[in-house]
Design a binder for this molecule. Sequence first.
Ligand SMILES: NC(=O)c1ccc[n+]([C@@H]2O[C@H](COP(=O)([O-])OP(=O)(O)OC[C@H]3O[C@@H](n4cnc5c(N)ncnc54)[C@H](O)[C@@H]3O)[C@@H](O)[C@H]2O)c1
Length: 382
Amino acid sequence: MSTKKHLNIGLVGYGFMGRTHSNAYKRVNDFFDVPYRPVLKAVCGRDRDAAGKFAGNWGYESIETDWRRLVEREDIDAIDVCTPNNTHAEIAIAAAEAGKTVLCEKPLAMDLVQGQAMVDAVEKAGVANTVWYNYRRVPAVTLAKRLIDEGRLGKVFHYRAQFLQDWTISSDLPQGGAGLWRLDAAAAGSGVTGDLLAHCIDTALWLNGRIDDVSAMTETFIKERKHNLTGKVEKVGIDDACAFMCRFENGSLGLFESTRYARGHKALYTFEVNGEKASLRWDLHDLHRLEYFDHADDAQLRGWRSVHVTDGDQPYMKNWWVPGLQIGYEHTFVHQVADFLENLGEGEPTAPTFRDALATQAVCDAVLDSAENRKWETVVPV
Ligand SMILES: NC(=O)c1ccc[n+]([C@@H]2O[C@H](COP(=O)([O-])OP(=O)(O)OC[C@H]3O[C@@H](n4cnc5c(N)ncnc54)[C@H](O)[C@@H]3O)[C@@H](O)[C@H]2O)c1
């Protein structure tokens, strides 16, 4: 018999992230001994039939077609926001005001002002909160954090990251509506900056500390696309590509690039950190490996090692299979839920909190401002 406390989940949005989170809630107690058991209480979607199908498939007990109704329900403990970016603030703030725990997808908000209102709401209500910057919980990335915190890299000189895709190259691709809201500035807020670079920035702030100022350029390669909701050809308001350089508070220099026009790349998130004593790099397409170069190695054998991060001594891995057997993308969400439920039991916050995610939002805003103004921008401290 389980003695775990129940955490009744109300999921809003049953698309890509709705699936990854549902999978994580279902699997977490099978692999992690945490004090709570998530219960799939209700899923909310505007299309009753589709929501019903999702509920049947994943085992949700009930459905709602209006998120406001979900937030009002007494039997819901936590609201999980898995909807497009322009809906995060309204849902998360209402959930916090109703006293619910809030888990929100990234980017936190459309901009810093909206994000600040979300932080204020969860902090005023005193509710547990987290933002799903899940790449922190790839074991190889968590290991990178451990190595940096142990001082193994020494003084850091360079941080560089890329997130490359190629799925929007066709000018026939429309913008807006289901599946294509990412191309619609009104729903997404920005293009690759908020969608992809936000991940790179979150990881960078976590690994390498605050970014002080940025100088960016963006480009919208396809200027007009048919809009699925209006049926008209409309101006494209998102950035298709963004590159920026920055200075970190620790004195290191950063280079970041993201595009959806890198033919051949589907989700190539890579980062590299170069320190005085050692360097490390990671690649999402080979996510269970961390590459590491240690200058202290025997000179004759010195070189880049490719560490297969599957050992029980390495982050999260003792909860899975046996050394040598790797895990994948979906497990990062299981890890975030596991950490969240563990911390909830101890009354501790789970990073990235809304406030942590606001720092990423501040960098995104500075990047977009810099690209527009064609000058260096200071990142607003949060
Ligand atoms: N952590 C990650 O790696 C990651 C990956 C992909 C997406 N995301 C983020 O997750 C969020 C959702 O993205 P996605 O890829 O799952 O999108 P998606 O288009 O696959 O799903 C969005 C869902 O929201 C629903 N929806 C939209 N408006 C709604 C409303 N008012 N009420 C209820 N439901 C509504 C849609 O019907 C759909 O079910 C975005 O903020 C995105 O940036 C994060």
